[in-house]
Design a protein around this ligand. Structure first.
Ligand SMILES: Cc1ncc(COP(=O)(O)O)c(C=O)c1O
Length: 380
């Protein structure tokens, strides 16, 4: 437990809520979930499931119809033929990540990942006795690992290489060529590639791709949380190599039994044309927010070295404004009423120089936030 760090942003969020309770207005740029509600057809499908009494355990690997829908989604979006038997429904992608680490990692084995990166991954590795190998990455590689970096970091104890594209906290997308090169390096070493594609639906330069087009012997993680706007339903999925499906099934039977039945029935509706159209319009809205917020923050002195092509985050270098981003985050909250996430939530690679801004709120509120930050910086 000593190695499990809290989310510092949760402290800030709690403080923000306290300030709001006391009557202060707070602009939230710290929250890593879409402000858009769950699409209505999904909500209706969830209600119908409840009314029809679909409230019991389901097969551990998930509702067959949902697994087929997900496989079809890969076909329609990426032209990829995928056996639904390889799709495993999980309680959020968090559940999938836990299962993957538990199935693959023996005590003492190591997992390569980027720093900054999604903080829970380190903890999942440590929970199963593994060793996270966090490699510092910066703007010169768009905050992503490269095949060369991975090659240099591989050791006999490396069991897994973990990539998130688009990434949290940077929103940057790894090119398909680099990802394929990493896949080759990792496979040749006899390790396993795990690609977290939870923000796959939220890519702005193009429609994005999936690592699954490179081969079958990797794990791909995804979720209904972000693109599909279902964070609180707690449902995600993984696509696993066929050889691992029964081990994952066995483990998930023991840990989770099954994923929420209501969420699974509801999620089927997320693939309707109507829902996809709605989510695609939200993708456009997120891009517009990014296009507003990035130059606005740059004008205030935050350095955002590469334009992130996905997710809903800007990872900004705040060192021109403060030598302690945690302090700056906290001052912005207390004095200006703007909540942000300090870099120290995402690793040990120059966290004091960085802050994450989430554009999970509408443009007028983002503008208000920017005005407040501008006012704060002038007086501080
Ligand atoms: C990169 C990444 N992976 C996984 C998760 C977990 O999401 P969930 O369990 O809601 O699917 C998150 C949540 O913020 C994330 O940013």
């Amino acid at each position: 437990m000593d190695n499990i760090r809290p989310f510092y942003v949760m402290e800030l969020l709690a403080r923000a809520r306290q300030l709001e309770y006391g009557g202060r207005s707070i602009i939230h740029m710290e929250i890593g979930e879409p402000d858009f509600p769950t699409p209505e057809p999904v909500v209706l499908a969830g209600k119908a499931a409840l009314e029809q009494g679909y409230t019991r355990y389901l097969p551990t690997t998930g509702l067959p119809e949902l697994r087929v829908r997900i496989a079809n989604y890969y076909k329609s979006r990426f032209g990829l033929a995928l056996d639904p038997a390889r799709v495993i429904i999980t309680p959020g992608s968090s559940g999938a990540l836990q299962l993957v680490m538990s199935v693959l990692i023996e005590p003492g084995e190591s997992v390569i990942m980027s720093d900054p990166g999604y903080p829970c991954n380190r903890h999942f590795v440590e929970l199963v006795g593994g060793k996270p190998e966090c490699i510092p990455v910066g703007p010169e590689t768009e905050y992503q690992l490269t095949a060369e970096m991975v090659k240099g970091a591989l050791t006999p104890s490396t069991k897994m290489v973990m990539i998130a594209t688009p990434s949290n906290p940077t929103g940057t997308v790894m090119s398909s060529e680099e990802l394929e090169a990493i896949y080759t390096v990792v496979s040749e070493h006899g390790a396993v590639l795990v690609v977290d594609e939870i923000y796959q639906g939220l890519i702005y330069a193009n429609d994005g791709s999936t690592a699954l087009t490179f081969g079958d012997d990797m794990f791909v993680i995804n979720s209904f949380s972000k693109y599909f706007g279902m964070t609180g339903w707690r449902i995600g999925w993984m696509v696993a190599p066929e050889a691992y499906v029964s081990a994952i099934d066995r483990l998930a039977q023991n840990i989770f039994i099954s994923t929420s039945s209501l969420a699974q029935y509801a999620a089927i509706a997320a693939f309707s044309d109507e829902c996809i159209e709605l989510m695609e319009s939200r993708r456009v809205a997120f891009r517009e927010r990014r296009d507003y917020l990035l130059p606005a923050l740059a004008r205030l002195g935050f350095n955002i070295a590469c334009v992130p092509q996905g997710a809903f985050y800007l990872y900004a270098d705040s060192s021109k404004l403060s030598d302690d981003s945690f302090r700056l985050s906290s001052d912005l909250l207390e004095t200006a009423g703007v909540a942000t996430t300090p870099g120290k939530d995402f690793g040990d690679n120059q966290p004091e120089r960085h802050m994450r801004f989430a554009y999970t709120t509408e443009i007028p509120k983002l503008k208000e936030g920017v005005d407040r930050i501008a006012g704060f910086l002038k007086v501080s």
